[in-house]
Design a binder for this molecule. Structure first.
Ligand SMILES: Nc1ncnc2c1ncn2[C@@H]1O[C@H](COP(=O)(O)OP(=O)(O)OP(=O)(O)O)[C@@H](O)[C@H]1O
Ligand SMILES: [Mg+2]
Length: 456
């Protein structure tokens, strides 16, 4: 069996509104610290989220689901992203919004399935016999072509590899020359060549060359230790979706071929259920053999009330499958009609049988003091400066309307402040933006007062 590196397609997280959140801010015993890691208050929900993180890390949560429920702007999305930060980059975390499943081109269940597979990781460990070192010499040996008698062919490659222990010269088959060219190997690069397959992997440039003027993207690695010829453990983290993609679109070349070779013979162009079943079988085989380990990650579905009955049913079924991630839902709805039905009203717009499986974490509205702390954190991240009075005023506005409204006033207030050639946002700026931008409450009051003036 051969596995080569598959490019991870993990998506970049949408965090701009939450860029101040760095984690759950818990102490060693899992108790939340009042203000830490960019989070303020919301202690119960943070503690519960910490327990969820522990369960995920100890792999006791697969196939379970958690619901974050609470009024708008109470930090549900922020806490979910904090969970992602706590889990680290090795555990897949796939964020999506409920409405993403509706598309004209792709079935909603297909979107959901893809995201399910993005949230399940596979850690593949392999011990390989390799030749590893810094390239000190790279000479193709030419010979007269004995077929036509004209021209030259490469008969072998002489390559010098250096480690801390010494240098070794290898004479290699010419087929490896193509691999070396493809990886763009030069003298001074650290590479390893797999003894069985002859696959070449360039790890980076030897850090001896780090002082040279070079491209910023270059990665420098230390000179390998030990012998040139050795056994090396290679670890790769991929998601099931990465495997689906790699096998669905064969791009040719050595690296893809070695990626689960048996699946590639029939050229597949789209990810079908059949392909997924095949991949699952191979994955299960690897797990049984102890080569691979399943890493159930997190699928985060924000605004879950946007899903319709059909998707909920599919979701419920998928949670039962043996390979399932942990699903975290979030919603700000109370009782409402389930989408896709005429009149089935359910708490949070989620069907009761699914709701029954969930662990529910509640988030609560913030008091004026907490809002002020959050505003301070936001101002700091956005590089804004406010007078004490401005902070007080804005947090009172936030208490009366919503936290999000108050946070959103920061940027326009700064704009006014700049126009007035001031460096610090003051109460006047806040009052001005509060007057020109409405929050939902004032806007809907406005609508009901002046309803007759609008078109209907
Ligand atoms: N406890 C907190 N500490 C620090 N920042 C917070 C906290 N709670 C919320 N925020 C920030 O306030 C803003 C609104 O919070 P968030 O988007 O998480 O609310 P939500 O509960 O997801 O709301 P909605 O139901 O409308 O989606 C975000 O910028 C978020 O980062
Ligand atoms: Mg949200």
């Amino acid at each position: 069996m051969k596995i080569e590196e598959v490019k991870s397609t993990a998506r970049i997280q949408r965090i701009s509104a939450h860029s101040h959140v760095k984690g759950l801010g818990l102490d060693d015993t899992g108790v939340p610290i009042k203000i830490a890691s960019g989070l303020v208050g919301q202690l119960q929900a943070r503690e519960a989220a910490g327990v969820v993180v522990d369960l995920i890390k100890s792999k006791k949560m697969a196939g379970r689901a958690v619901l974050l429920a609470g009024p708008p702007g109470t930090g549900k999305t922020a806490i979910a992203l904090a969970i992602a930060q706590e889990l680290g980059s090795k555990v897949p975390f796939c964020p999506m919004v409920g409405s993403e499943v509706f598309s004209n081109e792709i079935k909603s269940t297909e979107v959901l399935m893809e995201n399910f597979r993005r949230s399940i990781g596979l850690r593949i460990r392999e011990t390989k016999e390799v030749y590893e070192g810094e390239v000190t010499e790279l000479t193709p040996v030419e010979a007269d072509s004995n077929l036509s008698g004209v021209g030259k062919v490469i008969s072998s490659i002489v390559i010098g590899l250096k480690t801390t222990k010494g240098t070794k010269q290898l004479k290699l088959d010419p087929s490896i020359y193509d691999c070396l060219l493809k990886e763009k190997v030069e003298i001074g690069d650290v590479i390893y060549i797999e003894a069985n397959s002859g696959t070449v992997k360039r790890q980076g440039r030897s850090d001896v060359y780090a002082t040279e003027f070079d491209l910023e993207t270059e990665e420098y690695v230390p000179l390998p230790k030990g012998d040139v010829h050795k056994k090396k453990e290679v670890i790769q983290d991929v998601t099931l979706h990465d495997l689906d993609v790699a096998n669905a679109r064969p791009q040719g070349g050595n690296d893809i071929l070695s990626m689960m070779g048996q699946l590639l013979k029939s050229k597949k162009t789209e990810i079908t259920d059949k392909l997924r079943v095949e991949i699952n079988q191979v994955v299960n085989k690897y797990i049984d053999q102890g080569i691979a380990e399943l890493v159930p990650g997190v699928l985060f579905i924000d605004e879950v009330h946007m899903l319709d009955l059909q998707t909920f049913t599919y979701l419920h079924k998928s949670l039962e499958s043996p390979i399932a991630p942990i699903v975290i839902f979030a919603t700000n709805r109370g009782r409402c009609t389930i989408r896709g039905t005429e009149d089935i009203v359910s708490p949070h717009g989620i069907p009761l049988d699914l709701l029954d499986r969930l662990l529910i974490i509640r988030t609560q509205t913030y008091n004026t003091n907490e809002i002020e702390q959050i505003l301070k954190l936001r101002a700091q991240t956005e590089g804004l400066s406010l007078t004490d009075g401005a902070f007080k005023l804005l947090s009172e506005i936030g208490t009366k309307s919503t936290l999000r409204y108050a946070v959103q006033l920061l940027t326009p207030a700064n704009q006014l402040c700049k126009i007035n050639a001031k460096t610090q946002i003051n109460e006047n700026n806040i009052n001005d933006v509060h007057a020109i931008f409405l929050d939902t409450k004032r806007s809907s009051k406005n609508l009901s007062d002046k309803n007759a003036k609008y078109m209907y």
